[in-house]
Design a protein around this ligand. Structure first.
Ligand code: CUA
Length: 146
């Protein structure tokens, strides 16, 4: 490798590392919940809402053609919710309007995100991955009551 090439290569690697570190640092510093795909949880076949404490919930969402289970969840304002998501058939999307939750529902895998509902209101959830003839009707909601 030419000396100039080597220099350019090292510079590129340094810049990449710097920007990657910056992204990780920013995500931590701003306390952004980065959605993750977790592998140590067994996929489930039923949706459910589990309450751990007055403002602490866990929701297991199951996406299927063309609905989400559980449908129309009601939560008190200020709730922190751990969302686990899987699919019972094909790949679906899962986006909660007004939050940074944007996940993929993948059969055999669990996606995870944590969200805190600070304001009361209706949070619509949509499937944002084309999944067949009923895709555009694949919605549900979380109603946060103050
Ligand atoms: Cu499910 Cu689109």
């Amino acid at each position: 490798m030419d000396r100039a090439e080597k220099g350019a290569f090292i510079t590129a690697v340094l810049f990449l590392s710097f920007f990657f570190a910056l992204i990780v640092y920013a995500a931590k510093g701003l306390n952004i919940d980065v959605p993750t795909c977790i592998t140590d949880v067994k996929p489930y076949t039923q949706g459910q809402v589990i309450q751990h404490a007055p403002n602490r919930y866990e929701i297991h969402y199951l996406a299927k053609m063309w609905y989400f289970e559980p449908a129309d969840v009601e939560l008190p304002v200020g709730s922190t919710v751990d969302i686990y998501l899987t699919s019972g058939d094909v790949i679906h999307g899962f986006q909660i309007d007004g939050t940074n939750v944007n996940l993929m529902a993948v059969p055999g895998a669990i996606s995870y995100a944590r969200v805190k509902f600070e304001k009361p209101g209706v949070y619509h959830i949509v499937c944002h991955e084309y999944c067949g003839i009923g895709h555009q009707d694949m919605t549900t909601k979380i109603v946060v009551k103050g």
